[in-house]
Design a protein around this ligand. Structure first.
Ligand SMILES: [Cu+2]
Length: 463
């Protein structure tokens, strides 16, 4: 049969149209999210009987919780109305160097900056944002600048469970309500520098001892962010086992039942609370003692448990418990046989590999798409939580003990006189990425270095 030559262009046109629609569908489906954040001085009531001068994002403490979906194209229009330079670091998010908010991109007082990034597939999880200017991160976070980021997946296996977000932080106040930030050479200032600054007032979402309601039988998903400068929380809910389901970079492959959870500063955990109590019960979420300190400067009250919030059972009759999936998601394996370099980071008190941070020095030079293994060795008698910007990693072992399950992390707490090894792939985004101790006083005093990820044949990222 002779083809109808006239119909051919029409048919071809239709096929082309369908192909173009199919090609464009993911782009059309990509949401464009615009957020406006302004950092400015504010006066709020944080402790009874006084008001406090602080810094706040959009006038709120903590800053607004930002919710994104995988695939979203995000633009954050930031304005700095503080009297000093600042940045916004998107802690844990995989994004371009220019959007990282590291000390390389300070925003001067009165200036604006657009953080533009796409939320990468597979990165659903709990993150947070905070300033990261040179030498002033601890000060600005103590003044109130931090907020939560929740990234949602389209195929969330825990969808439908009621969620609670807990941004936990501590602070210290003078009698007049002002934030207690001692001069560096006073005894308290020296202790802060050594231990990292801790406070006796513990906030959950900006409130002291808030209450969460639960109905007997109900299963709730809790996301916890430790936004403290140095305090580590060993979380326990008396009478309740926790179902640990996720870490810094999102869900595990399977839930893990635990009695308690240690959340070092800057880390996040996700767990399920199962309402196994009776109607009317009241339980207190506790931070049990955790000894991260060198004995010489350990605070006198370190071994006292602290109360964080109350879990109040309603008087309603128990409901049928929701079923919890046995498998949450697949976490891809980073293959150790593909590692092309091994990096050794030796931590001493305030230094990495015997050096203080120098913005003009490259500490680790790597090639885009390389897979590497980092070994962090802590020589001193104090824990140091180690954070890498830009790329999530997988912890291989701690003190030689293999990690029991795979998860995406951006902070690993390296215990006193201990080691931790992780594997990381610099899958995308060349740039100068910071790695540092996340005890903010240590970071601000130079316990930090630079990983330069470059594309072969191209010059490394500009400052
Ligand atoms: Cu440290």
């Amino acid at each position: 049969m002779v083809p109808n030559r006239r119909a051919m262009p029409l048919r071809c046109g239709l096929v082309l149209c369908v192909l173009m629609v199919l090609w464009a569908a993911p782009i059309l489906a990509q949401r464009r999210i615009e957020v406006t954040l302004t950092a400015a001085p504010a006066r709020l009531s944080l402790v009874p009987g006084a008001t406090t001068e602080l810094f706040a994002y959009n006038g709120r403490f903590p800053g607004p919780t930002l919710e994104f979906r995988e695939g979203d194209r995000v633009t954050v229009h930031f304005r700095n109305d503080l009297p000093e330079p600042t940045t916004i670091h998107w802690h844990g998010l995989n994004l371009p160097f220019a959007a990282d908010g590291s000390p390389f991109h300070p925003v001067a007082p009165g200036e604006t900056y657009d953080y533009v990034f796409t939320i990468q597939p597979g990165t659903a999880g709990t993150y947070w944002y905070h300033p990261h200017p040179h030498h002033r991160t601890g000060y600005q976070i103590a003044k109130g600048l931090y907020g939560a980021v929740i990234v949602r997946a389209t195929d969330d296996p825990l969808r439908g469970l009621p969620e609670k977000l807990l941004v936990i932080s501590d602070n210290r106040f003078a009698a007049d309500g002002s934030i207690d930030l001692p001069a560096s050479l006073t005894p308290t200032g020296i202790a802060d520098r050594e231990n990292g600054r801790e406070g006796d007032v513990i906030f959950v979402n900006g409130a002291v001892m808030p209450t969460i309601a639960i109905r007997a039988g109900e299963v709730q998903r809790w996301r916890v962010i430790n936004a403290s400068a140095a305090r580590v929380y060993r979380l326990a809910l008396p009478g309740h086992k926790l179902l640990h389901v996720g870490s810094d970079g999102g869900l595990f492959e399977r839930p893990v039942e635990v009695e308690e959870l240690v959340v070092a500063n800057a880390e996040r955990v996700e767990f399920l609370v199962r309402g196994t109590g009776s109607p009317g019960d009241r339980v207190v979420l506790q931070a049990l003692p955790y000894d991260r300190y060198i004995p010489q400067t350990r605070p006198a009250t370190w071994n006292q448990p602290r109360e964080l919030l109350a879990l109040q059972y309603t008087t309603k009759s128990p409901k049928r418990a929701a079923s919890i999936p046995a498998v949450l998601r697949h976490v891809p394996v980073l293959d150790t046989t593909q590692a092309t370099a091994r990096r050794l980071m030796v931590l001493t008190q305030g230094m990495i590999n015997g050096q203080l941070m120098d913005p003009d020095r490259i500490d680790v030079a790597a090639i885009l798409d390389a897979t590497e293994i980092w070994e962090i060795e802590n020589l001193v008698g104090m824990d140091h939580p180690f954070h890498l910007h830009g790329f999530q990693f997988q912890v291989l072992d701690r003190n030689g003990v293999p990690e029991p399950f795979r998860s995406w992390k951006d902070v690993v707490n390296v215990p006193k006189h201990g080691t931790a090894r992780f594997i990381v792939r610099y899958a995308n985004f060349p740039g100068k990425w910071m790695f540092h101790c996340h005890i903010l006083d240590h970071e601000d005093h130079g316990m930090m270095g630079i990983l330069d990820v470059s594309v072969p044949g191209q010059r490394s990222a500009k400052r």
